[in-house]
Design a protein around this ligand. Structure first.
Ligand code: SF4
Ligand code: F3S
Length: 112
């Protein structure tokens, strides 16, 4: 099992999650974070820290968000993030919105 980040993080990026991770396995994209599922030790301490409820446990390797987290943490060269910082400027506008997938921003990698 691993923990993974879904679209609720998009345009918010509160980063409370990275402060508590004992193995520093969060990676930062332009408008969301992902977890490297191969580095995550399933401790679960990040899940309750996210104000957007964007982190959940899964053991389904076909889960699109599992694949998304795996791809962007391992193949897309997103930088590791270990210190919290301010959330995105307009996070209040996007907080709680459903299905923010269309708002996902990336360098020219691949569609999800
Ligand atoms: Fe890090 Fe634990 Fe969250 Fe995995 S479950 S990302 S190891 S804090
Ligand atoms: Fe995103 Fe929640 Fe972390 S909004 S940056 S998963 S605290």
């Amino acid at each position: 099992m691993t923990y993974t980040v879904n679209d609720k993080c998009i345009m918010c990026k509160h980063t409370d999650c990275v402060e508590v991770c004992p193995v520093d396995c969060f990676y930062e994209g332009e408008n969301m974070l992902v977890i490297n599922p191969d580095e995550c030790i399933d401790c679960g301490v990040c899940e309750p820290e996210c104000p957007e409820d964007a982190i959940y446990a899964t053991d389904d390797e076909e889960d699109p968000w599992y694949k998304h987290n795996l791809y962007f943490s391992e193949e897309a060269n997103w930088p590791n993030i270990t210190d919290a910082k301010d959330p995105m400027l307009e996070y209040e506008k996007y907080s709680g919105q459903s299905d923010k997938t269309k708002l996902f921003k990336k360098l020219p990698y691949k569609e999800i």
